[in-house]
Design a protein around this ligand. Structure first.
Ligand code: HEC
Length: 238
């Protein structure tokens, strides 16, 4: 009798107190959309120059920033963070997660989200990193092309955005701005072919007089910058 009433109680519990089914739903922020379980909710805020807000499930919170001057991962330590460079629904993104689960930043950065805006979505010390990383794969902007094959983030250590940035800062930044004309043209406006001619090609070493001519570039950088390094510099400046 005792055991019957116990099973009855369990049955009643599951009939009437059945936990809400967790579904994946779309969160629409107009300029972007993403998918998360329905245990999450959104909080929109007004930024000064950008559109900012938060998504939370009560345990974990992630914050977004969409605008011209949105921050990036430049202060993230590459000893404690892993990075991946992937296209998400047709747009180039940098994704980061901590080396030690739950201890650091889980984030995605689109340097060119759309309309010259950057987009960052990130949260620190998350209890469930997988849910957030999966949500990153569903991010679409107005002009994104939804991927048909599954997106995979590759955190194998091959990509580290700090290398390109450091190479640029140490060698080029004093005269070249990433995107504006400075002492010299912006790196963004240069192509790899002109880069190679100016830096890697040592066949043309005709001496000219100005400080920052081709000869200066070749003499200064030819010895220790490789094509791969230049790719990393361009990658950083894009
Ligand atoms: C001391 C200042 C200085 C530094 C440092 C410097 N540049 Fe330049 N660079 C210039 C100037 C000035 C020009 C424009 C020269 C001209 O047009 O005659 C130039 C031109 C170039 C050009 C040719 C652009 C074009 O298509 O006409 C390339 C490529 C270039 N720089 C790449 C680099 C890279 C990459 C670095 C870092 C590894 C670097 N430069 C560091 C001053 C500098």
């Amino acid at each position: 009798m005792k055991s019957i009433s116990a099973s009855l109680l369990i049955l009643l519990f599951f009939t009437y107190c059945k936990p809400e089914e967790v579904k994946i739903i779309e969160f629409d922020f107009k300029v972007f959309k993403l998918e998360l379980p329905n245990t999450w909710r959104k909080i929109e805020r007004n930024g000064i120059d950008s559109f900012v807000g938060e998504l939370t499930d009560g345990n974990d919170s992630i914050y977004f920033d969409y605008g011209r001057y949105s921050s990036d991962f430049k202060h993230e330590d590459d000893l404690t963070q892993l990075f991946s460079k992937e296209k998400v629904n047709g747009k180039k993104a940098i994704i980061t997660k901590p080396t030690n689960y739950g201890k650091g930043l889980v984030g995605i950065l689109f340097k060119k989200a759309n309309h010259k805006n950057k987009f960052v979505l990130a949260g620190r010390n998350l209890k469930n990193e997988e849910i957030v990383l999966e949500a990153f794969k569903t991010i679409v902007f107005e002009d994104s092309e939804k991927d048909t094959i599954p997106i995979k983030f590759n955190f194998n250590g091959d990509f580290n955005p700090n290398i390109g940035r450091n190479l640029f800062m140490q060698n080029c930044a004093s005269c070249h701005h990433p995107s504006k004309y400075g002492t010299g043209p912006s790196i963004k406006s240069m192509d790899l072919i002109s880069m190679k001619k100016w830096i890697l090609d040592s066949t043309e070493t005709k001496r000219t007089e100005t400080i920052a001519d081709k000869f200066y570039h070749q003499k200064k950088f030819n010895q220790y910058l490789s094509e791969e390094d230049l790719m990393k510099i361009i990658d950083h400046c894009e």
